[in-house]
Ligand binder design. Structure first.
Ligand code: TGC
Ligand code: FAD
Length: 387
């Protein structure tokens, strides 16, 4: 894989090992069937426990048997998974950064003991319910409510576009506590086998097809007080989880773009027109040089962000800048790669068009490109421009 500035030299032995293990897993277990899954709109569910056995879910956390690897190692893992398909990285992102992280950071001892080992092993699947039909970019306007009822809460509302909802065992649902005069947002762990919860699959996606997406319909679901995350109140709860997942996307986007680059470079060398390989044309070399440059810039940003995260100095606004840049880069470069492949580029036999379609989702979820522009703009000027 492209490493023009030799970032490999800075990696520890453990980081190389994790990257190589992920690469091997992808090559052996995922790559052969991923295009079929994408076309069929299915996720290779048999891989969920295999990914657990390989410590792919939240390996950057500690305790409860979690390996506490470096943030760079975690990023490299996301890079390798998304080099295969954004749906595979999404599986690990949601499980690790959006479900295990909040339980680890804000959960009770009992919640941690119940869920972290099972989620880490892939024996249970989690999903993260923040977005609503009328509240996507502005989740703080959420309508989903929690009302006190005996020694628990009753939840009502609809969450939509929820990765893994139809296959989840537990949904982390963010809702406003209407029993409290301040109506703070709180996190509720809702087992999906409870009464009055439905998780319908969303069909017809033309992007991120190798990932299961659904709604969460909460129609008076009762959960005990023990299912509320005790150590967090307010939007800082869900938004802090987004910072973790966005960090993974910063790296993942580099992986998708690298896969596009490698495919295009190989193709340009193999494909002959006008009596020789198309790689000899200056127009194609310009495209390849620009791709390699943009990927390298994004990769360096990811590595520096990893350093900041490792030392606890990373700010959410820096994650926004990197998510915004790296996903736009992957979206643009996957399209250039597709172009280099000519007609073959529009088939599922090659990865660039699949990555290109996936990037439309990645550009939109975890904060749209526009929202990250406004987050960075706010940080630079001190003036919020969201409303
Ligand atoms: P705001 O008033 O700015 O902040 C409220 C509180 O939260 C804190 N905070 C953060 N903390 C950690 N990380 C962040 N990124 C944070 N952003 C804000 C903030 O300091 C404050 O704390 P406190 O203690 O003062 O109360 O919040 P706001 O409601 O005005 O938010 C503004 C905005 C637009 C930036 C935010 O709503 C936003 O990011 N919107 C985008 C929504 C989004 O990204 N949704 C993603 C849904 S999940 C998903 O897409 C999963 S896809 C996964 C996959 O398949 O891979
Ligand atoms: P909207 O917020 O309605 O935005 C529409 C357009 O308006 C966008 O172009 C946006 O940039 C623009 N816009 C909005 N506000 C502003 C503004 N203030 N200024 C300028 N422009 C603005 N959510 C979860 O909670 N959990 C998940 O697991 C999850 N998985 C997902 C999986 C997939 C495949 C997809 C597509 C989405 C997923 N999401 C998930 C939801 C995702 O986070 C939202 O789609 C995203 O936050 C955008 O919200 P929206 O779709 O409602 O668009």
């Amino acid at each position: 894989m492209l490493d023009y500035f030799d970032v490999d030299r800075n990696l520890s032995q453990e980081e190389r090992l994790i990257r190589d293990t992920a690469r091997e897993f992808v090559q052996d277990s995922v790559q052969p069937d991923i295009a079929d899954h994408w076309q069929d709109g299915t996720f290779p569910r048999e891989l969920i426990t295999e990914m657990g056995e390989l410590d792919f879910y939240a390996p950057n956390l500690d305790g409860y048997g979690l390996p506490n690897v470096s943030e760079t190692a975690y990023g490299l893992l996301m890079q390798e998974l998304e080099a295969c398909d954004s749906g595979v990285r999404s599986m690990a992102s949601v499980q690790g950064a959006l479900v295990m992280y909040p339980i680890h950071a804000y959960g009770s001892k009992e919640q941690k003991e119940t869920w972290l080992p099972r989620l880490a092993a892939g024996e249970a699947v989690g999903c993260f319910g923040l977005t609503e039909p009328e509240h996507g970019s502005n989740p703080s306007g959420m309508a989903t409510s929690a009302e006190r009822d005996g020694d628990g809460y009753v939840l009502d509302g609809t969450k939509t576009w929820i990765t893994n909802a139809p296959i989840a065992d537990v949904a982390l649902v963010w809702a406003r506590d209407r029993s409290d005069p301040d109506t703070p947002v709180r996190g509720f762990l809702v087992e999906t086998d409870r009464d009055e919860i439905a998780t319908e699959k969303i069909d017809g996606k033309l992007s991120l097809r190798a990932s299961i997406t659904g709604e969460i319909q909460l129609d008076g679901v009762w959960v005990p007080e023990a299912n509320v995350l005790p150590d967090i109140e307010g939007m800082g709860g869900p938004l802090s989880c987004l910072t973790q997942a966005r960090y993974g996307i910063v790296w993942g986007a580099v992986g998708a773009a690298k896969d596009c680059f490698e495919t295009a470079l190989q193709y340009a060398g193999d494909c002959e027109q006008f009596g020789g390989p198309i790689a000899r044309f200056q127009l194609q070399q310009d495209k390849l040089a620009e791709m390699a440059t943009q990927i390298t810039l994004a990769e360096l940003m990811a590595h520096q962000l990893g350093e900041l995260k490792e030392t606890g100095e990373m700010r959410p606004e820096q994650v926004s800048m990197a998510k915004r840049n790296n996903v736009r880069m992957a979206r643009d470069q996957s399209r250039i790669a597709r172009e280099i492949l000519g007609g073959n580029g529009i088939t599922a036999d090659y990865s660039p068009m699949r990555h290109m379609a996936n990037m439309e989702t990645v550009y939109t979820y975890e904060g749209t490109h526009d929202i990250h522009t406004l987050i960075v703009g706010h940080d630079l000027t001190g003036i919020p421009a969201f409303q």
